[in-house]
Design a protein around this ligand. Structure first.
Ligand code: HEC
Length: 157
C-alpha cells in the first residue's frame, strides 16, 4: 500500500495564493450581504396597498384566479359574470358567478364536477368543456375557491 507522506498531504492544500483567498472571502461576504439585503427588502409593506386593503386573498384563491384567467376567462368573463369575449358564440350564456343567491344553490362538489367532467356530464350545455385531463383535482379546488371569492365582490348592479 502506498504510504501517504507528509509532503504528499501538503500537495492537497488548495492552490490559492494569498491574494486569491482574500478575493474569495470578499466575494463570499458580498454574496452573504446581498442575500441579507434582499431578505430585508422582502418584508411586507407596513401599510396595505390599495389592492390588498379591503380583503385578504388566500393562496388557493390567488392560484385559482391565475388558472381562471388562463382557461376560463374567455367564456366566463374577467369577473365571472358570464360575459367573456367568447360568450356571444355560445348557445347558453354561462351563469353569473357573482350571483350569490344562485351560487348558494350549488355545492362546491357540484362546481368541481362540472369543471372536471364538463357541461354535458353535469347535465348542462356541452359547450362547457371538461377540464379533468388538463387540470389536477387540486387545481380544480383552487378554481372553486376562486369562483366562491367572486360571490364576495360587492354588487355593481
Ligand atoms: C368554451 C367556453 C367555456 C370555457 C372556456 C369554460 N366554460 Fe365553464 N361553462 C361554459 C358554459 C356555456 C356553461 C353553462 C352551461 C349551461 O348552463 O348549460 C359553463 C358552466 C360552467 C359551470 C357550471 C355552473 C353551473 O351552472 O352549474 C362551472 C362551474 C364552470 N363553467 C366553470 C368553468 C371553469 C372553472 C372554467 C375554466 C377552467 C370554464 N368553466 C371554462 C363555457 C365555458
Amino acid at each position: 500500500m502506498k504510504k501517504v507522506t507528509k509532503s504528499g498531504c501538503h500537495t492537497l492544500k488548495p492552490r490559492l495564493g494569498r491574494g486569491q483567498s482574500v478575493f474569495f472571502f470578499a466575494l463570499l461576504a458580498i454574496i452573504l450581504l446581498s442575500v441579507a439585503f434582499v431578505g430585508c427588502r422582502r418584508e411586507p409593506p407596513k401599510t396595505p396597498s390599495a389592492a390588498t386593503a379591503n380583503y385578504h386573498v388566500d393562496w388557493p384563491t390567488a392560484r385559482g384566479s391565475e388558472l381562471y384567467s388562463f382557461y376560463c376567462l374567455a367564456c366566463h368573463g374577467p369577473a365571472g359574470r358570464g360575459d367573456g369575449f367568447n360568450a356571444r358564440n355560445l348557445a347558453t350564456p354561462p351563469r353569473d358567478f357573482q350571483d350569490r343567491r344562485r351560487m348558494a344553490e350549488l355545492p362546491d362538489q357540484r362546481l368541481a364536477a362540472a369543471i372536471r367532467s364538463g357541461g354535458e356530464a353535469a347535465g348542462l350545455n356541452a359547450e362547457m368543456p371538461a377540464w379533468g385531463s388538463s387540470l389536477k383535482d387540486l387545481e380544480i379546488d383552487y378554481l372553486v375557491a376562486y369562483l366562491r371569492s367572486l360571490e364576495q365582490v360587492p354588487a355593481k348592479r
